[in-house]
Design a protein around this ligand. Sequence first.
Ligand code: F6P
Length: 318
Amino acid sequence: MKKIAVLTSGGDSQGMNSAIRAVVRTGLRHGFEMYGIKRGFKGLMADDFIELGSREVSDILYRGGTFLQSARSEAFKTEEGQLKGVANLKKREIDYVVVIGGDGSYRGAQALTRHGIQTYGLPGTIDNDIPLTDYTIGFDTTLNVVTDAIGNLRDTMSSHERVSVIEAMGRNCGDIALQAGISSGVDAILIPEVNNDIDKIADEIKAGFDRGKSHSIVVVAEGAGNAEDVANAIKERTGLDTRPTVLGHIQRGGTPSAFDRVFTSRMGHRVIELIEEGTYNVALGMQENRITYHTFDEIFSAENSIDDRLYKVFEDLV
Ligand code: F6P
């Protein structure tokens, strides 16, 4: 019986559990033996495998986090670490590995392919920073978490006539800030993909208060600055009462949205179809509502950037 192992790696994201469940349940249905590897590439090197039946993945569809747990591994970046992991796979006669993670995890997945392991990637990161997919796993849920948080902040900022500066995650990608900015109707966003003019932003906030606005909301992507510095800069320029809020890891938690559950179920199901078809060493994603796949080389040579049309939507609706 052929064997498939699945692991989650890097920063966790809501929907990873749902993706594991879909890979495992579809794999079992197709007659594969299924394994989970604990703590990502760390567990691969430490030979930390568990066999997964249908029951092992029940009751996880709607849970945030990853029951296989996750880690970032420096050791797996080395040839020595990779050979250790590959030896464990060979010893256990694992034929295929499914890696659920972001950019760094895809580098690990690509290393496995170089060592002859047939490997698949699923884009697990809240950052939405993987090229050639419209969405990454957890991004939609995070967007909802950030949108709710901004709503809560708006209530208190309005009572106290304050400016709220909210720092969102995303590494070098401004997608969380941009799309939460649109969904929340905020007054300004600062993202790494564009030139942000703090003088202009401060002038517009001041003008808004002069016209009678009771509050102002600014979202800064962590790749473009930090909430405290931006709040100080706005306060200096406007004299308005300003408060920074760093949303932090709250953004990575919570029950996955319906979108993330369906998206991950579709990708997990498709991985097994690709294995059956003999297609391997690819990463999956969703483009124009279709599940697509590309080689790791294609992903690494493509550029990730925000959708310019979405930025225009933001600018025109402010
Ligand atoms: O890549 C996901 C992410 O949450 C980023 O948005 C953030 O910069 C980073 O991980 C935080 O990493 P850690 O959980 O190691 O603090």
